[in-house]
Design a protein around this ligand. Sequence first.
Ligand code: BGC
Length: 979
Amino acid sequence: MYDTDWTVIETAESTFNSTQLHHKETVFTLGNGYLGTRGAFEEGYPGACPATLINGIYDDAPLVTTELANCPDWLALVIMIGGDRFRLDQGDVLSYQRSLDLRRGILNRWVRWRSPAGHIIELTFERFVSLADQHVLALRCQITSVNYAGAIEIHTSLNGYPDNQGLMHWESLNQMGRGYAIGLHVRSRHSKHEVGMAAQLSVVGVEQLETRAIAFQGFPTLVTQFEMQVGQSVTLEKLVTVFTSRDNRVPFDAALDKLNHLPGYAILLASHITAWAKVWEINDVVIEGDPTAQLAIRYNLFQLLSAAPRHDDRVSIPAKTLSGFAYRGHIFWDTEIFLLPCLNLTQPALARNLLTYRYHSLPGARRKAQTQGYEGAMYAWESAETGDEVTPTWVPGPDGKGLVRIWCGDIELHINTDIAYAIWHYWHVTGDDAWMRMYGAEIILDTAVFWGSRAEWNPSHQRFEIRNVIGPDEYHEQVDNNAFTNRMVQWHLQIAFETLEWLRQVDPAHAATLEQQLDLTGDRLQHWRDMIRHLWVPTDLVTGLIEQFEGFFAREDIDLAEYEPRTRSMQAILGIEGAKERQVLKQADVIMLLYMLRDGVFGDGAVHYDRQILQTNWDYYVPRTDHTYGSSLGPPVHAILACEMGKPDEAYEHFMRSVLVDLADVRGNAAEGIHAASTGGVWQAVVFGFGGVRLTKSGPVATPHLPTHWTRLHFKLIWQGQPYEFDLRPARVPFTVPNTQPGRLPIQGVIFDLDGVLTDTSEFHYLGWKRLADEENLPFDRTANEALRGVSRRDSLLRLLNGRSVSEDELQEMMTRKNQYYLELIRTITPDHLLPGVNQLLTELNAVGIRVALGSASKNAREVIERLGIAHHIQAIADGYSVAKSKPAPDVFLYAAQQLDLAPGHCIVVEDAASGIEAALSAGMWAIGLGPNERVGKAHLVLPNLTDVHWEMLLQQLSDAVRRTAIELSLQQLVQNRR
Ligand code: BGC
């Protein structure tokens, strides 16, 4: 396969080869959220697996309960040349290329073909599934004769006999054929969903044309004949419309009616291209320096965005999107945990649709809880139309022998917190209070009710436990106290409290209704509190090593290297029981937990798990994980955390394994459909991993860890309705951890605030504001001045005005006036105004090669440092002109670090204002606060000022302080878990 950065290309060498047929059908899938059509060939082949899956059109099926029914095939187009049917496996393929244009959502094929009779023609196919109008599908074929003169016959059909790997779901209700149009009306046998499809054919470039409709039962067909001359080109355009009884009362009539009113092919194509352009405007990710990664990330996004329902909130994204039969179109946690983060941060309206699907499936979740004897809502591990559990209970065993019991539908419970987690993330990212109030809160609370009824009290250990579950690692079933599940439940109950508290404030009436409906009595809430405190998460308090589940460490250990090279999963090699008995993981489990509760994921800046705990658990679990043939959900998560841990090569390996899973068929199972979770996982790997994006209170910030050969990474995010653009480039000095002494932080730069740190111009500011305040009759004194530390000029003035209404012009004039007074005063600054210790410290920093920057909100910063005589010590200046947002936004410090070519984690900020400390922390930097604890106590280290402060001593003190805090935090965490 040849590729460009927007086009996936298949050339003759890999053309028509039956082993690749199904893989390529998956790769060339087109979709628009309403339906997906696999990239099967129009002319059809024995053994081919064409499929059009319409979201929500499920029908009953043996063993698997229900599945998306393969809908009538709209592609069928047969071309007969002088009696020979065009097909790639007969005659000679003289040249061939197929390509998927990701930017425009178009699939093309060019073929030069010699028929068995020696007639040579060229065929150009083009196909799209309209993103602009989800009920419209289209294909075009241009036929050019190279050496043939004679009759051509075209059969255009709607094939009402599609099957799901042998199972037929449809009965025919009606069909029609008239003029240039055909139509088909079918109904699924059990669920009674109806599908209406209509098609018309236009032929451009021939004068005499003969067309008749043939009413083959369930297979309406148009037969068209014309004569061709050598060198002549003829174009066929097949337009198709489709409706279902889910979206229209009379889908057959709707399809025919729509067909009658369709504009031409070119117009439909143009609006389709425009719709994709609009999507890419926000969703494109640019990677420079790595063409494979560039194409592959776009391919993954294309498939993700092609699968997201746009106009329907009663469906979700199946684990294989709408592109294949595996997992039968069922919905897993893949949507909430792997796909949603991308949509939350780029297409919030689509994210909302997906979460609303979970709201509509609450009744199913309640039925499941009740059937199993629990309270509240217990979401299905595999969900389809109604939200009832549809995980198969038995499936054929390995090599088709016997049946294997599948326990996931009974006990893979973590889906309940995964959904709550996704809602929480959506809410934080979008600020969509209305949705949270009407839908999200109820889900979070009723799933919490379930947990309250599911956990058991263990009196001998005085703790709550959750027994007999499956965690994310499905190699181990029926285990007790899975750490992921228990810790997430604890978190879930905590946010249930926060949700209820919030709801009581913003909508007391609705809160009261829910409290009554869900029976949120005082006793129940007290029970939740007890569970939060006493739910057991198996953890070694000394090392921080978390045991995946109770007794995991007692299982037989394994060295995966001994099984290499291999082409099968460890479960396939060891057998189901063999894998269970060993410490081998199908996918991230403890590591998944550390990812989901990582620092900064909800913009709250809270430290959930620190680096040391991550390292300890990483070292234990990563070597025991089946990265290559276990679950495809694992590698993107490992990629992200490897970035965080400063292991770019390891991160890249996991990333490529994931981003190429379908394009390069890395696991050998792409034929079964797109790995949906992986498409969203790789987006997270790029944005949260390589881009290092963390969601701070003031918006997303990036601390990139680009692979060494990436020269640029560009993407956009939408946070609380505002667009954020990231254009990340590698540091000229690479962001590697410098050699440091053991126990010392890897610091390469120090960023100083100006006022109150290097000099004290607050007196000048005070005098400037005072003069203005007196002139304007505004009360102002030294105490009021104290509160202006670190506050921008505009905000300071607004505080002075204290609500007095002034026009923008007046505001500007006053700011200018104050600034003039201040400028007059700072002209008197000399090196004598440097605060004690500053000169000495700057000189030391320069001597040891630590880079120095200024990070100040002041617009006069340059002039001040010139006058102080320290400009030569400072390599970069970030001031009031450099960034739009002032502290506590991290922008000014991030800008300074960028100017120094340093990663934020390698910089110290020295600040005297609370807002500056907050900015430093949200930038991911180390903060030293100067002044009283009440003001700068959140810093990693607090000092009175810089008098007698020497670099070596400072670095040591800071490193010690950081280590102490980390230990305290992890101990608190551990103790809390233990309690
Ligand atoms: C994984 C699950 C996943 C499912 C669907 C399984 O193999 O273990 O975590 O949800 O596939 O993708």
